[in-house]
Design a protein around this ligand. Sequence first.
Ligand SMILES: C[S@@+](CC[C@H](N)C(=O)[O-])C[C@H]1O[C@@H](n2cnc3c(N)ncnc32)[C@H](O)[C@@H]1O
Length: 207
Amino acid sequence: MGTRPQSAHNPAVDFQTPPQALEPLLPYLRPHWHIWEPACGDGNLANTLMDRGYKVTDTDIKRWGDQCVDFLNPKECRNILYHYDSVWNKHEDRMEEVAVSARVHAIVTNPPYSRGNMDGFLVRCFELGLPFALLVPLTALEGASKRIPAYVEANPRPQVIVMGRVRFTTPTGLQGMDSNPTFGVCWLTWKLGLPHDLMWWHEGDLR
Ligand SMILES: C[S@@+](CC[C@H](N)C(=O)[O-])C[C@H]1O[C@@H](n2cnc3c(N)ncnc32)[C@H](O)[C@@H]1O
C-alpha cells in the first residue's frame, strides 16, 4: 500500500494526471487486480492505484517507473504481460520459453496524446485483449471507428466516462487552479463492465 514515493527521476516533460481523475474508474477496477500503468510518467496514477491497494506495475518509454518499456513494441512488453517457464521443445530439440500465466489483469493510463502514439496505444490495448481504461481527449473519439477498426468490431463495446476538463500538471509545473486545460477528456474503457456505454462524471472541473 503506497510504498512508492513520488518519482525522484527526471522532471516531468509531459502532462501528469491529478489523482482525483481516477475516482470515477475505481468502482470498476476489481480489488484483486494487478494493474499495468504503461506510460507512468511521474507516477501519479500508479501511486494512487497502489495507495488504493492494487498491485501495480508502472513502466514508461523513458526511465521512469519499474522499467523502461515501449508499450508499442510487443517484444518489450512480453515480460510485463506473462510469466514464462522453460520447456523442452522435442520437435526442435531445444529448450524454449513459454508463457504460462498472465501477470497483469488490466491496463490503466493516460497515454501520450500525439495522434500516432495515442492510436497506437488504443490498437495495442485492443490487441492485448485485457480490460483497459485510457484517459484521452474527447476529440480522440472523432473518426476513431475509421482509424481503429477494433473500436467498432470489439465485443463487448468500448464504454466511455466523459470527464470534462481535468487540471493536469503541466510540464512547467502548473497545477490545480493554475493549470488551464483547453480540452475535455474521457476515460475510454473496455471490458470494465460499466453499467452504461456512456457515462458522465459530475464533479465538474477536476482540480
Ligand atoms: C501524458 S504523459 C502521462 C503520464 C501518466 N500516465 C499520468 O497520467 O500522469 C504520457 C507518458 O507517455 C510516455 N510514453 C510516450 N510514448 C510511449 C511509449 N511508446 N511507451 C511507453 N510510454 C510512452 C511518456 O514518456 C509520458 O511519460
